[in-house]
Design a protein around this ligand. Structure first.
Ligand SMILES: C[S@@+](CC[C@H](N)C(=O)[O-])C[C@H]1O[C@@H](n2cnc3c(N)ncnc32)[C@H](O)[C@@H]1O
Length: 364
């Protein structure tokens, strides 16, 4: 069976994802107390094997520290076998994941520190059941579930739903509502009674902030403005501009909470309950560094790879396949080169602060 997955979503491979996205690790580190708290009641109730899952794990580098802490905590009271399933969509660079976990890179893996810990890789999408029913103690996911199962339409005026006009915004919201429910229903089946989910997802917070839009230059408007300039200059055509739409949605706190609070919803009836939801802004580490070193060129060279790591595959995929690969690559280089030039020339206000909803969910 193939699993639902929008096309062209791949992070940078070869461990580059984790090297380029220090901020994503900061986001996970902030969630660690929440994960340990979710685990605490399970330490008393579970006498047997432990099953954990990291959904949308990419190369696994950003969550190593989290899982080290979780396993350490389990080992304080239990010597039972622990299984951590690292799941991501099938196009993920699982080779990088395996090498990082097994200590073949500069990342500091936790595996040699523990006995009876198995790590397994799964290419199942979170839009499908990944684990056997009633088996999961704690499921975790960070910065992944904003990727929709499909692009419901091209956005006519923008590359992202955060800038979409009403009609396209409504279409994206409907897709996101259905996708969120699908994700939760699969997890409800996998979780044991009393099992927990800690999900950290990009959001639009109560002050209207979202990734790359926390007061300075709006990163998504800038992505769009540069492609629109390419379009106006005849560098790309209308069909290519249209295809640049990112298949993502940033839910609000209300949108995340709705199916977990509505007693009539299939999600509520599956036994899932929202324990807690909060939002947090994690500052862009590259912009923070820049404020110290004041070297605009260095900032621009460090900042652009973090953006590229997650949207290059979509933008590359938007370019016509009638172009040669070299032509597509050249356009992509010029696109990010233009963004980098803008940051180097005028760094003020650039940066990609992370805005997340942090959720704990229980199956009762
Ligand atoms: C920004 S990375 C986050 C990686 C890591 N969790 C972190 O926080 O650093 C998003 C990940 O979600 C994965 N992803 C996107 N859609 C997915 C799906 N339907 N099922 C599983 N993983 C998916 C991508 O392949 C990518 O590895």
């Amino acid at each position: 069976m193939t699993t639902a997955q929008a096309d062209n979503i791949t992070m940078s491979g070869g461990g580059l994802y984790s090297l380029a996205t220090i901020g994503a690790k900061d986001v996970i580190d902030l969630a660690t107390p929440r994960v340990l708290e979710a685990l605490t009641p399970l330490l008393e109730s579970n006498q047997g094997q432990w099953n954990f899952c990291d959904m949308g794990c990419a190369d696994g580098g950003t969550s190593l520290e989290l899982w080290r802490k979780v396993i350490n905590r389990v080992r304080q009271t239990s010597a039972s076998d622990i299984q951590v399933v690292y799941a991501d969509q099938a196009r993920n660079d699982f080779n990088a994941l395996i090498q990082i976990l097994h200590g073949h890179t500069e990342f500091n893996t936790y595996l040699p520190e523990f006995e009876h810990v198995s790590v397994l890789a799964s290419g199942s999408s979170f839009y499908a059941q990944t684990l056997p029913a009633d088996s999961l103690h704690l499921g975790f996911s960070a910065t992944a579930m904003h990727w929709l199962s499909r692009k419901p339409c091209n956005i006519s005026n923008h590359v992202h739903m955060v800038g979409a006009e009403e009609k396209d915004a409504v279409t994206f919201a409907a897709q996101a509502r259905s996708d969120w429910e699908t994700i939760l229903l699969h997890r409800a089946r996998e979780l044991k009674v009393g099992g927990k989910l800690v999900l950290i997802n990009f959001c639009r917070d109560q002050q209207g902030r979202y990734l790359g839009n926390t007061g300075g230059i709006n990163m998504f408007d800038n992505f769009n403005a540069i492609w629109q300039q390419f379009l106006a200059d005849g560098e790309i055509d209308q069909a290519e501009y249209d295809a640049m739409t990112l298949p993502q949605y940033y839910n609000s706190v209300d949108e995340f909470s709705a199916p977990l609070l509505d007693q009539k919803s299939a999600v509520y009836q599956s036994g899932l309950r929202l324990i807690d939801i909060d939002t947090a802004v994690v500052p862009c580490p590259f912009a923070a560094d820049y404020r110290q070193h004041q070297d605009a060129g260095k900032f621009s060279r460090e900042y652009i790879p973090t953006i590229r790591s997650w949207n290059e595959s979509i933008f590359y995929g938007g370019l016509s396949t009638s172009r040669s690969a070299a032509d597509r690559t050249h356009l992509i280089e010029r696109y990010y080169g233009e963004y980098q030039r803008q940051v180097a020339d005028n760094p003020q206000g650039h940066g990609m602060d992370y805005v997340h909803a942090y959720m704990t969910i229980e199956r009762v």
